[in-house]
Design a binder for this molecule. Structure first.
Ligand SMILES: NC(=O)c1ccc[n+]([C@@H]2O[C@H](COP(=O)([O-])OP(=O)(O)OC[C@H]3O[C@@H](n4cnc5c(N)ncnc54)[C@H](OP(=O)(O)O)[C@@H]3O)[C@@H](O)[C@H]2O)c1
Length: 253
């Protein structure tokens, strides 16, 4: 029996792999046979992610992505340790839920740096000779339904997630000749620490209202991992420049 999602022998770098969506993605990709290069700042939590993965030749690379200018040189070192990368999932992200009145420039710059600037530099790093697999490879950015549907207090975050959709479209065209596909995932609300922080600031009745907006309920990190696996896999070989919405019907309602 064939498995169209099979990633046996392929190395995938996952940023934000110390928790939430990045961790679930790393674990699921390992079950599909991928070798994981797990990235985040917290080395202990990265080790925990790898302990939950199916056995394989996985690596953890603790790194602070806010050092954006260092990313391309660092990725060369990563590829020397792992061999060429087949895939990249940029799941590391930062959100500040702040109404415009209290949104600081530092908040905006911090989100822009990790959500967007790091995505660009990671892709630039990926595209270096010897760092990526030349026969075909796949990049996935974690955008959000926040890029598609307005919500108060999320203006700057939404702008960073919208930028990722533009980035994927443009780089899909630029990198097609090199057989590198570039796509976005746009999840709605997913139960992770990031979502828990939103819970902390929303009054109970608002949270209930939020859940009501999801015909299939709020998502789990695994729901996003499955979609990431699809976009990475050879089954998606004709898909590039797209933004796949996974939101339990939130934007359809
Ligand atoms: N949860 C949702 O409802 C939801 C919905 C739509 C889209 N998304 C997007 O999905 C992605 C993952 O979200 P999540 O809910 O899994 O978030 P999360 O649980 O808060 O995890 C964020 C991850 O980003 C890493 N990270 C943050 N700053 C970093 C830095 N400077 N350098 C390296 N790594 C850094 C964190 O690792 P360390 O702290 O160890 O560095 C952590 O692994 C984000 O891009 C988010 O915007 C989330």
């Amino acid at each position: 029996m064939i498995n169209p999602l099979d990633l046996t022998g392929k190395t995938v770098m996952i940023t934000g792999a110390s928790k939430g969506i990045g961790r679930a993605t790393a674990i699921y990709l390992s079950r599909l046979g991928a070798r994981i290069a797990a990235v985040a700042r917290d080395a202990e939590q990265l080790a925990k992610t790898l302990s939950l993965a199916d056995s394989g030749n996985h690596h953890a690379f603790p790194f602070d992505l806010s050092d954006v200018e260092k990313i391309p040189a660092w990725m060369k070192e990563v590829a020397q340790a792992t061999g060429p990368l087949y895939g990249l999932v940029h799941s590391a992200g930062v959100v500040f839920n702040r109404p415009l009145k209290v949104l600081s420039y530092k908040n905006i710059a911090d989100m822009q740096r990790i959500n967007v600037d790091a995505a660009i530099l990671l892709t630039k790093g990926f595209k270096q000779t010897g760092v990526y697999e030349k026969e075909g490879s796949s990049i996935v950015y974690l955008s959000s339904t926040a890029a598609l549907k307005g919500k108060p207090a999320l203006a700057a975050y939404s702008a960073t997630k919208g930028a990722l959709i533009s980035l994927a479209r443009t780089l899909a065209v630029e990198l097609a000749a090199d057989h590198v596909r570039v796509n976005c995932l746009c999840p709605g609300l997913v139960r992770t620490q990031m979502a828990a922080e939103l819970n902390d600031i929303l009054p109970r009745e608002n949270l209930d209202k939020l859940e009501d907006e999801y015909p299939l309920g709020i998502g789990s990190p695994e729901d996003v991992a499955y979609a990431a696996a699809f976009l990475l896999s050879p089954a998606a070989r004709w898909i590039t420049g797209t933004a796949l919405v996974l939101d339990g019907g939130y934007t359809a309602a």
